[in-house]
Each structure stands twice: as structure tokens, then as C-alpha cells.
Ligand binder design. Structure first.
Ligand code: MSP
Length: 509
């Protein structure tokens, strides 16, 4: 029975169109899902849209349509963006679906029955954009939300409260025992610091809006959007409808999130699960912001970039590679178009693409168009083993940049090997065995490159695989066996072709 592996992205608000920030998390999750499939895991990869709450209700009103119509429209735009980026999610959840209503209702009733939800009055400072209350000392300049830098609203409500305060010790104990449950370490420290201050109960229902899931025991209230949204992760794997399936995939292996929603995922969410008697997530991994011009993207700053704008020039592979290789998955990073062009040309057009062309051309010309029967078993053998180990250990800590680095080291080693051995000279000298040996090694190295790079650049990985005469697609292969030296079948037909990554010349303004 294959090992179950469950990875999620946040479900994105439908008040906004998809931009490269959303795509960043989604591409990272997709690469992890593809990587785990190579290891033979039974992968569930979930993404979706978060469709309730005041923010969405207001966005719909501003457009003069119902929230449901607005949600339909925008949710579809996310699906389109993920198709464009070759995202292989196995499910797409919308919080307005009947399956989610049913699962959330059951979960709410459970938490209520367990005594963790109670009626109370609350007065506080609320940021609509975060859909969260803030304490006065958390505000910027005494008036503004620390995340959005916009004025908060003063709100008084009689609401149901989730008794988060009762979970302070249990959460600390949990993180003590499972230091890997929040990553990277800086984020873990942030979470621990927040919990240690003591947790406050929070309001988990609203009477001021209607766009949400009614509480099963008091339908005059709708569920607070975060309380409903977080539960999507359980709905999708069968909570309330298929307990065996739920137990197979829960607890989730990775929730990938941006640092803006760390607190919800690493404090509220595990407590909510504990309140219902379920296990907390195995790991919440929070990455930094992708900044544009040094600032977080937002509608009001008019600095959002749509994935389609970049895919048009760089392709889906070029997009994916850039965001994974260009910065560490963890800290903030600035997006720059110039850097994207430079990296595309250097790493994809030159290193990857030229190597593939060069090796395939020589092999077609000097080895009769098929994989030769000789290998030199030269230095590339060790380089390939190092690439595999490097990529594997990097992926264990979700260090995508280091994983790409390990594969590109093999590409560079292969280019250097060609320079050193000069197969064209060996060919001229008529040393057939030597030419075959050197090119046999290079082809073998290309196979391992195609395999290990495929989770990041699936199109080019599959095309190179095909040109090497390999059957199926890289994703049909299984690690670790497939990364072993010598997997290329002798006599397989080779194919030259157009450049895998044509050089990018920026349009002249
Ligand atoms: N709906 C909530 C999440 C609920 S999950 C149960 C939400 N939605 S969101 O549309 O605002 O998406 C936020 C997420 O999008 C971030 O956590 C991050 O994963 C991604 N990003 C949005 N902007 C981003 C950047 N500028 N940079 C990196 N990631 C960004 O919050």
C-alpha cells in the first residue's frame, strides 16, 4: 500500500484575482506533490477558494452581483491560473459547496458539544481585510491594522466564542514535543512567543452578515469565515462523510501558507482540531512574501502581477523555475523582471537547454542516433549521485532553491565534462569507444536531470525524456531506483529537436 501524503495550499479569497503571490505557494505545493509522487506516495494535493465573509460580500456588492455569482466567477479564474501553470491538484474545494457545509456543521456541533463554543458579548477592533480582531497595542499608529495599514472598525457583537484560552498549555506542549510542526524555525519561535503571551478567546460567529455557514444550533448566526475556511482541509478528505478516507490522510503532512496567515494555521487551527478531538497538522510551513518594488502586492497599491502575464513570455516551466530557484522558500524576496530574464537565459536557455541540444546533436551524429552501448562511468556518475542526494535532502526541508541548485550542479558538471573530453575531437580521431563512452555518460546524466527537474519544469522534463527515447513520462519513474546510474536503455532512439528553452529577448519598449 503506498504511503499517503497530503499537502495543501491556502484556499484563496475570491475578492481578488489570482496573482503571482498566490501562484508562488501553489507552484511550491505542486512541486512537492510531484516530488512525492516520484517516490510512489499516494498524494492528495488540495487547493481551492475561500468564498464566505464580509470581504467577499463587499467585493460582490461593489460589482453589483450576488456573492455567489461573484464567487463562481473568481473561483474559475483561480482554476484557469492553475491550469496554465500545470498544477496537478487532486481536488479543488470551494467553501460554498454542499460537502463543505455538511462537514463544517458536523465539526461545529462537535466542538459545541465538547463545551468549547459559548455565547458572549464582545467589543473590539476589527480589520475586515484580515477578518480578525486586534488589540489596541497591536495597531500601527494607534489606528491601523498591522498587516494592511488600514483603519480598523470598532465593533460590538453578541457572538459565540471559541475558548482558545483553554488551549494555551496544550499547544505549548504540542510544539514542545513536535518542534518540526511549524517551519522554518523563525516562524516556530514567532508562534511560541504568541502563545506564551496567553491566548484570548475569539468570536467565531457573526450576526451582522448572512454570507456564511449558519451555526447548526443557532442559525441566526453564521460561522466566522476563518473558522469555516480552515476546515476545508478536513472536508476535502472526507470528514463527516468517509471516516476511513479521513483517517488515511489526516493529519495533513504539509500546510503551505504565507507568513500572513501563520497564526491562523499554527495557533487557531490546531486548537480547533484539538477541541473536536482530532490531531493537529504535522507541519505548517510558512514562507515569506513575494515583494514587488519592495512592497507586498495588493489591489490598492496596483502592483499585482497576473501569472498569465509572465507565462506568456517564459512559459509555465520558466515561471515555475524562476519562483522556486530564485529565492529561498521562507524569507521574503523581491520579484524583479530583469532578474527573471537573466535567470531564464542563464539557467534554462543556456545551461539546461544548450546542454540537452549539444548532447543530443552529438549523440545523433556520432552514435548513429541511438543510446550507445558503452559508458565511460566517469566523473558524472558521482555527480549524478550527488545531485540526487542534494535534491532529496533539500526537498526534505522544502528548500526548493537548493534542490534546483543540486540538479543544476549536475548540468554544469556535464557541460564541464564535455569541455574536458572534447568528444568532437575523439570522433575525428576515430576513437569510437571513447566517443560512445563519453556521450553515454552525458546521456545518462541528462536522463537523471530530466527526472529530478521534472517536478519543477514538468514540460521540459517530459520532452527531454521523450527525446532520450525513454518510454512514458518522468512521473512514471520511481525513486530512488530511477535515479541510479545506468537506467538509460541501450539502443533507444534519440531525437534532436528545437531548443527546449528559446533564448528570451525582452521586447523593446
Ligand atoms: N482565504 C485566506 C486563507 C484561508 S486558508 C484556510 C487567505 N486568502 S488570500 O487570498 O489572501 O491568500 C493568502 C495567501 O496567498 C498567502 O498566505 C500566501 O500563501 C499567498 N500570497 C498572497 N500574496 C502573497 C505574496 N505577496 N507573496 C507570497 N505569497 C502570497 O488569506
Amino acid at each position: 500500500m503506498p504511503t499517503p501524503f497530503y499537502v495543501t495550499t491556502p484556499i484563496y479569497y475570491v475578492n481578488d484575482a489570482p496573482h503571482i503571490g498566490h501562484a508562488y505557494t501553489t507552484v511550491a505545493a505542486d512541486t512537492l506533490a510531484r516530488w512525492r509522487r516520484l517516490w510512489g506516495d499516494d498524494v492528495v494535493f488540495l487547493t481551492g477558494t475561500d468564498e464566505h465573509g464580509l470581504k467577499v460580500q463587499r467585493a460582490a456588492e461593489a460589482q453589483g452581483v450576488t456573492p455567489a455569482e461573484w464567487a463562481d466567477r473568481t473561483s474559475e479564474r483561480f482554476r484557469e491560473a492553475w491550469r496554465l501553470l500545470d498544477i496537478t491538484n487532486t481536488d479543488f474545494i470551494r467553501t460554498t459547496e454542499p460537502r463543505h457545509y455538511a462537514a463544517v456543521s458536523e465539526f461545529l456541533q462537535r466542538v459545541h458539544d465538547n463545551g468549547y463554543i459559548e455565547l458572549d458579548t464582545y467589543e473590539g477592533l476589527y480589520c475586515v481585510h484580515c477578518e480578525a480582531y486586534y488589540a489596541e497595542d497591536e495597531l500601527v499608529g494607534g489606528t491601523n491594522c498591522p498587516i494592511h495599514d488600514r483603519p480598523v472598525d470598532h465593533v460590538t457583537e453578541e457572538n459565540y466564542f471559541f475558548r482558545l484560552s483553554r488551549f494555551t498549555d496544550r499547544l505549548l506542549e504540542h510544539y514542545e514535543r513536535h518542534p518540526e510542526a511549524v517551519q522554518p524555525d523563525t516562524r516556530r519561535n514567532e508562534v511560541l512567543g504568541f502563545i506564551k503571551q496567553g491566548l484570548r478567546d475569539f468570536s467565531m460567529s457573526r450576526t451582522s452578515i448572512t454570507w456564511g455557514i449558519p451555526l447548526p444550533w443557532d442559525p441566526a448566526h453564521v460561522t466566522y469565515v476563518w473558522f469555516d475556511a480552515l476546515f476545508n482541509y478536513c472536508t476535502a478528505i472526507g470528514y463527516g462523510s468517509d471516516r476511513a478516507r479521513f483517517d488515511r490522510y489526516w493529519p495533513v503532512d504539509y500546510h503551505l501558507v504565507g507568513k500572513d496567515i501563520l497564526r491562523f494555521h499554527a495557533v487557531f487551527w490546531p486548537a480547533m482540531l484539538m477541541a473536536a478531538g482530532e490531531a493537529p497538522p504535522t507541519c505548517v510551513f510558512a514562507h515569506g512574501y513575494l515583494l514587488v518594488g519592495g512592497e507586498k502586492m495588493s489591489k490598492t497599491r496596483l502592483n499585482q502581477i497576473a501569472p498569465a502575464d509572465l507565462v506568456a513570455g517564459f512559459g509555465s516551466d520558466g515561471f515555475r523555475y524562476h519562483f522556486l530557484a530564485d529565492q529561498r522558500f521562507g524569507p521574503d524576496g523581491d520579484f524583479s523582471y530583469e532578474a527573471m530574464v537573466a535567470r531564464y537565459n542563464a539557467d534554462l536557455a543556456n545551461n539546461f537547454g544548450n546542454l540537452a541540444n549539444r548532447v543530443l546533436n552529438m549523440a545523433v551524429n556520432y552514435c548513429g542516433g541511438v543510446v550507445p552501448d558503452t559508458r565511460a562511468d566517469g566523473p558524472l556518475m558521482a555527480a549524478a549521485a550527488a545531485a540526487f542526494t542534494g535534491a532529496t535532502t533539500a526537498m526534505e526541508r522544502l528548500d526548493y532553491a537548493a534542490a534546483c541548485g543540486a540538479v543544476w550542479d549536475l548540468i554544469r558538471a556535464t557541460n564541464a565534462y564535455i569541455e574536458d573530453t572534447e568528444p568532437w575531437k575523439l570522433h575525428k580521431a576515430g576513437d569510437v569507444a571513447a566517443v560512445h563512452g563519453v556521450l553515454g555518460d552525458c546521456l545518462e546524466s541528462l536522463r537523471i536531470v530530466a527526472l529530478l527537474a521534472a517536478p519543477v519544469i514538468p514540460r521540459a522534463g517530459a520532452e527531454l525524456w521523450r527525446r532520450l527515447g525513454l518510454p512514458g513520462r518522468p512521473e512514471d519513474a520511481r525513486l530512488p531506483g530511477a535515479a541510479a546510474w545506468g537506467g538509460l536503455p541501450v539502443g533507444a532512439p534519440l531525437e534532436k529537436g528545437d531548443p527546449l528553452f528559446p533564448r528570451f529577448e525582452p521586447p523593446v519598449a
